[in-house]
Ligand binder design. Structure first.
Ligand code: USQ
Length: 394
């Protein structure tokens, strides 16, 4: 299958290129390398050293014996997007080319507007390019579990059956996002659903949970094939941050009570699920929604697992509660479905403790890089009010 990856240089895009090629697919992609700039802007760096674009291309060629087409360009530039799709003629496109950080979108007016412009426009551009030059291509769009928020009922996969005043319908499940970034993904879901209805585009909208992990097996030992791993307050996600904190002995930063729950999944599971979605496309013109996560965990539960894994490796690490910089529910019901991917053969990694142990081992080698950017660990971007460093509350 010919797969085009929008956002091929990112945390998920780069390993996806490797994973899909290792499974025999032909890959091309595009990126403007913006993630590298955003992380630097907020004072972070990738804990794992990452290769330049040129080094990555060289390593890919050596590993697989084929050249990877990796175009440098802006996905908000329609001429660029259309040319990429027209020239490569993909069977499927995976859209990972977006600004993925909730805190970054909450910094100020400029970051909020930029996030929504970038994310909404580049998704529209991909939809238009499919319609105009590759109408049979399947779009796998990365959305987020955060689109649903934390309603006090079970969360289905995109749609639910409603009975209202004696009439019944199957409707999109309400979206109640918790940041300007998550809102941008809600807009994308609506636009993708609409494009599918009017133009017959086949689309899978993946509501993905929080991804963690440093490796996938297909990377082998070549450090140039490794992906990035961020730990700053914007681009580091909870579990990746906790592992980085553990290796430098920084207390694990639970926001608030730490009782908030989210769906999480290892990097390797994310790759498998995306491949399953690609290899099992929807019917022509169908818009379907997959909830994609290994399991739901409270943040406190994950911190305890990291603390125990670190202790087994001889690292003593405290867990601390910090005043929550976000506006989010800390005590809530959380019961999302994830049946569609199981039906396609996804077998969730049950042993997340070994994934976490492996992460800590990988990160220990690079503890100096984390230590040098430790200022980026404590959050000061707040959902309400002016910037202020969170303080320990327990
Ligand atoms: N949290 C902590 N301590 C930290 C960092 C986060 O307690 O040091 C808490 C947050 O308050 C939140 C939860 O952990 O309740 C998750 O936060 P996160 O930063 O790991 O993830 P989030 O902001 O939700 O965003 C991440 C990715 C985003 C993706 C999303 C999936 O950055 O691209 O869409 O996970 S989901 O969470 O399902 O919406």
């Amino acid at each position: 299958m010919r797969v085009f990856i929008a956002g091929i240089d990112g945390y998920l895009g780069w390993p996806l290129a490797i994973h899909l090629r290792a499974h025999g697919h032909d890959i091309a992609g595009a990126d403007l390398l913006l993630r590298r700039e955003w992380v630097a802007e907020v004072g972070g760096t990738s804990a794992l050293p990452i290769a330049t674009r040129e080094e990555r291309l060289q390593a890919f060629q050596e590993r697989f014996g084929v050249e990877l087409e990796f175009r440098l360009g802006d996905l908000t530039d329609y001429d660029f997007v259309k040319a990429c799709v027209q020239d490569f003629q993909p069977d499927a496109l995976v859209h990972l080319g977006q600004m993925p950080s909730a805190p970054f979108s909450m910094i100020d007016q400029a970051h909020c507007v930029w996030t929504q412009q970038n994310n909404v426009i580049n998704n529209l551009n991909l939809l238009w390019a499919i319609k105009e030059v590759a109408p049979a291509a399947h779009l796998v769009k990365i959305g987020t579990m955060g689109e649903y928020g934390t309603p006090d009922v079970d969360i289905p996969e995109g749609f639910f059956d409603v009975e209202f005043r004696g009439r019944k319908d199957r409707l999109p499940f309400p979206r109640q996002a918790g940041s300007w970034y998550h809102q941008s993904k809600v807009h994308d879901s609506h636009n993708t659903h609409f494009a599918s209805k009017i133009w017959g585009i086949s689309a899978t909208d993946v509501m993905q949970g929080v991804v963690f992990g440093t490796q996938i097996a297909e990377m082998g030992d070549d450090p140039r094939l490794r992906s990035r791993l961020d730990f700053d307050q914007c681009f580091g996600t909870a579990l990746n941050r906790f592992c980085c904190q553990a290796v430098i002995g920084h207390p694990l930063t639970l926001y608030g009570r730490g009782t908030q729950k989210r769906g999480f999944l290892p990097l390797a599971d994310s790759m498998t699920c995306l491949r399953l979605a690609l290899e099992n496309p929807p019917a022509t013109g169908e818009y379907r929604v997959f909830n994609q996560f290994e399991n739901a965990y409270s943040i406190q539960e994950l911190a305890t697992i990291v603390q125990a894994a670190a202790a087994n490796l001889g690292l003593k690490v405290a867990v601390r509660r910090y005043d929550n910089p976000r506006a989010e529910m800390e005590e809530h019901y959380y019961q999302p479905d994830r049946q569609h991917l199981l039906d396609l053969g996804y077998r969730p990694t049950r042993d997340i403790k070994s994934v976490i142990t492996q992460m800590i081992c990988d990160l220990l080698e690079h503890r100096d890089r984390i230590q040098a950017h430790a200022d980026a660990l404590l959050p000061d971007i707040r959902w309400k009010g002016a910037r202020k460093r969170s303080e320990v509350i327990g």
